[in-house]
Design a protein around this ligand. Structure first.
Ligand code: GFB
Length: 312
């Protein structure tokens, strides 16, 4: 990858795509191609083909996806499967047929079986049943990583895939119901603090364990892999920092400055009981995360408050 390579970031307005764009620019890459979903609908094959024909990108970062937290995933199985599959199939195929030299596909740690041994190693893929709340999303992500792998195997491409753990950071979606746990709780604790509420209810039992990675650490991993990694084997990208939802809720309450009671709502799904990845392969290559969870949460809270100020 050269500093003047034409790099298409699919999904550049999302949390991941925008972080990858910041990282590429800060490292001196200067020819980034970006399209909003209004300008280019990635679910439409003819539009994607015409775009690749006209723009001739040399490198593609596939960060575009329909994403959401546990409720959004479990209540929209059709759209999570359909939209993600269409985006992946169209972009990866167009990249392969229009001579793209490097492609990075971004997956998710939910590709692993619900009850796989922990920490999750890359080789545990397809060894058991998936977690039902995000089965549709996981199937789409598995299809995407397999398509990149098959293009390498059958057509000699140098496409790569990375599987990040649960992400958070600037540019997150703070919707009260559709978001992931960190932005969802930042919003709820903030509103409870401002509104003087004495109690906040956290979804599920609080027992599930999750590994969180700051999106800037993921972006550094993406650029590192594009510059240094050439193998078909997808790689886990995690922080190794694991925390229960109960402890996470307490930490977020502290960061936000909410002093009321925290209770749990077991009527809402817990999802997979534990999801921590073994990221030793990417670490052995030389990448490591830099942002500690507490520092990242403080930064995320600032991001949230600046957005609500901008909307006011
Ligand atoms: O972040 P989250 O939706 O990701 O939920 P998943 C993580 C845990 O936090 C679950 C609990 O046990 C939730 O029940 N939780 C507590 C909350 N309060 C809240 C809240 O206000 N909002 C949310 N969202 N959760 C997603 C998948 O699963 O992870 C996607 O559905 C994707 O496919 C993503 O892979 C990374 O780890 O459960």
């Amino acid at each position: 990858m050269e500093f003047d390579s034409r790099i298409f970031i699919a999904g550049h307005r999302g949390m991941v795509g925008s972080a990858v764009g910041r990282e590429l620019r800060s490292r001196g890459y200067r020819d980034l191609i970006e399209r909003t979903s209004g300008e280019l609908n990635l679910t439409q094959q003819a539009d994607v083909e015409a775009f690749f024909q006209a723009e001739k990108p040399e490198v593609v970062v596939l960060a575009a996806a329909k994403v959401g937290g546990i409720l959004a995933n479990s209540q929209n199985l059709t759209e999570f499967l359909y939209q993600n599959l269409m985006i992946e199939m169209n972009v990866i195929r167009a990249a392969a047929t229009h001579g793209v030299g490097r492609l990075l596909f971004l997956g998710s740690s939910c590709i692993y079986p619900k009850l796989a041994p922990q920490p999750l190693k890359e080789e545990y893929l397809l060894t058991g049943s998936l977690e039902s709340t995000n089965e549709a999303y996981a199937i789409a992500k598995i299809a995407g990583l397999k398509l990149t792998e098959y293009y390498n195997r059958e057509h000699g491409r140098a496409f790569i895939s990375a599987m990040p753990s649960n992400l958070y950071g600037p540019g997150d979606n703070y919707h009260p119901d559709h978001s992931h746990v960190i932005p969802g709780l930042i919003r709820r604790f903030h509103e409870a603090k401002i509104g003087g509420q004495s109690e906040v209810r956290v979804w599920g039992t609080g027992a599930p364990l999750r590994e969180f990675l700051h999106v800037d650490d993921l972006a550094r991993a993406c650029v590192f892999l594009l510059e240094n990694y050439n193998q078909s084997q997808f790689l886990n990208v995690g922080s190794g920092e694991e925390i229960s939802i109960k402890d996470l809720a307490q930490l977020i309450a502290e960061v936000v400055g909410y002093q009321g009671r925290i209770s749990f709502d077991p009527g809402k799904p817990d999802g997979t009981p534990r999801k921590v990845m073994d990221s030793s392969k990417i670490r052995a290559l030389g990448w490591s995360p830099k942002v500690l969870l507490k520092d990242g949460l403080k930064q995320a809270y600032l991001d949230f408050t600046s957005r609500i100020r901008d909307q006011a």
